[in-house]
Design a protein around this ligand. Structure first.
Ligand SMILES: Cc1cc2nc3c(=O)[nH]c(=O)nc-3n(C[C@H](O)[C@H](O)[C@H](O)COP(=O)(O)OP(=O)(O)OC[C@H]3O[C@@H](n4cnc5c(N)ncnc54)[C@H](O)[C@@H]3O)c2cc1C
Ligand code: SF4
Length: 478
């Protein structure tokens, strides 16, 4: 374990952020990492519990107490080995995972949890800095080939595992760059994109081929992939965004969050986003912005709007305001429902809960406001509060109300795979096999809108299932 008395001696210390006024001037990451001495103290707080609940709380089952101990012992290289044994991309999760492991940490019951996520991030950042992260080229090739459709975290993890098992892997990606939502959903200020490029270089050296601008079901024939590859993995994400169904929602100033976020990430990458965007350049500069949807996507819209210089930013949520603090004895070790204030919220936004959008108000052919009403929840039923209508001024309304599942047109229409009752691709969590022979599914396309760490888990497990099916056995970890 870290240090026997570490949790008694040291307080939890989180990474700090650059000052909001400073960080709002750019789109770069602004988390200030711990120095190594401070991290060793944080790692020393780990109690090496007989049953490490953190390990189960983490969807990739990171072996957290072991790497905490190794960091405390100043053995960073072995800490990296242990970390990589369960997680292909800890530099992603160490930045953007909501860290369910920390909610599950035993110290969280009566004290503050170990700073697991910060330690994870520091191990991998040090690994890259020291040049310890090398391509793992397989000793021999199997002669089998696999097509992976989609290059989000699920597709990337799956492709990397399969290439390391000796299969010839090609990743097909419809966008101009790989990464999925890591690239074009999550803003640069949460995760800079050179981190994806760095992994792509490693994966190419391991034998993975990337084909971008290649939409399967449109530019690339699904039937041809099935014909030419021994297995096909569907990892196309859950891209069907929930729409706003109220009068005025068709006005030009009502836009999907993903359109807005993608454009800014493209601008950051130096692209000509006006040319790229079918409906032209979209910015929040000088505008009263309303973000509908209180989740992560909405929070990313808040941070991006503030960086673009919005006049005001308001975020609305249909559900009631959650409690400030959870009742730990009721919720531990599970992920608790509680009020979450992101770094983007801290940069400035009005937040309101239990609010329903009723009508987009039009003036001169575009948006001028949003009429809302307060609601009350009785169980799963909502009721409008009579006389509580109000109007907010708005020039831009961003829809961040979640995703209903994968897009059906194109790929899934062509693939002909069965869908589950929620509209995701039907496949179980053991074999990841769809209703079509030799076709597998993982990540958001199989489980619905979720998290990066779940996508990595599913990509790894699907890779093992594919390897087993192709070779009769597999040494890949699940
Ligand atoms: C704005 C936003 C912020 C988020 N923030 C966080 C966060 O902070 N932390 C977190 O853990 N999770 C976050 N998430 C969720 C997380 O990004 C997803 O759960 C995760 O990326 C899913 O991974 P995936 O590989 O299954 O799919 P995706 O990342 O969606 O990747 C799917 C890829 O498949 C490609 N594709 C689709 N169809 C085809 C086709 N026919 N041919 C070729 N390519 C195709 C797509 O272009 C895309 O690149 C966020 C999501 C959004 C929208
Ligand atoms: S991947 Fe997420 S849940 Fe797992 S250890 Fe890292 S921060 Fe925790």
């Amino acid at each position: 374990m870290g240090k026997e008395t570490g949790f008694l001696e040291f307080e939890r210390e989180e990474r700090t952020y650059a000052d909001p006024q400073e960080r709002l001037k750019h789109y770069k990451e602004f988390v200030v990492p711990h120095d190594e001495a401070a991290l060793q103290k944080q790692a020393a707080r780990c109690m090496n519990c007989g049953i490490p609940y953190c390990h189960n709380g983490c969807p990739v089952n990171n072996i957290i107490p072991d790497w905490n101990h190794l960091v405390y012992e100043d053995d960073w290289r072995n800490a990296l080995e242990v970390l990589h044994s369960t997680n292909n991309f800890p530099e992603f999760t160490g930045r953007i995972c909501p860290a369910p492991c920390e909610a599950a940490c035993t110290l969280n019951i009566v004290d503050a949890p170990v700073t697991i996520k910060s330690i994870e991030c520091a191990i991998i950042d040090r690994g890259f800095k020291e040049g310890w992260v090398k391509p793992q080229v397989p000793e021999k090739q199997t002669g089998k080939s696999v097509a992976v459709i989609g290059s989000g975290p699920a597709g990337l993890a799956c492709a990397q595992q399969l290439a390391r098992a000796g299969h010839a892997v090609t990743v097909f990606e419809k966008s101009d760059r790989i990464g999925g939502l890591l690239r074009y959903g999550i803003p640069d200020f949460k995760m800079e994109k050179h981190l994806i490029n760095r992994r792509a270089v490693q994966m190419e050296a391991e034998g993975v081929q990337f084909k971008t601008g290649a939409e399967v079901g449109v530019e690339v024939s699904f039937a041809a992939l099935k014909e030419n590859f021994d297995a096909v993995v569907l990892a196309g994400g859950a891209e069907d965004a929930r729409k706003l169904d109220v009068p005025g929602a068709e006005l030009p100033g009502v836009r999907l969050a993903m359109e807005f976020l993608t454009q800014q990430n493209k601008r950051n990458a130096g692209d000509d986003e006006v040319r790229a965007a079918p409906r032209g350049s979209l910015t929040a500069t000088g505008k009263d912005v309303i973000v509908i949807g209180g989740g992560d996507t909405g929070s990313d819209c808040v941070g991006t709007s503030n960086r673009q210089g919005a006049k005001s930013v308001t975020q609305l949520e249909i559900m009631p305001k959650p409690p400030e603090k959870e009742d730990k004895l009721m919720t531990w070790p599970n992920w608790p429902m509680k009020l979450r204030t992101s770094s983007s919220h801290e940069e400035g936004a009005d937040r309101d809960w239990a609010v329903l959008a009723k009508r987009v108000i039009e003036e001169g052919g575009d948006v001028s406001g949003l009429e809302c009403v307060r609601i009350e929840w009785e169980g799963r039923e909502m009721k409008e509060v009579a006389g509580s209508e109000f109007i907010l001024p708005a020039d831009l309304i961003l829809l961040a109300m979640g995703f209903t599942g994968p897009l059906k047109r194109g790929l899934l229409d062509r693939a002909g795979v069965e869908l589950c009752e929620r509209g995701n691709v039907k496949a179980d969590e053991r074999r990841y096999a769809t209703s079509e022979p030799n076709v597998y599914a993982c990540g958001d396309m199989r489980r619905g809108q979720s998290l990066v760490v779940w996508a990595i888990r599913e990509g790894r497990q699907a890779a093992r299932a594919v390897d087993e099916a192709l070779m009769g056995k597999s040494e890949l970890p699940r």
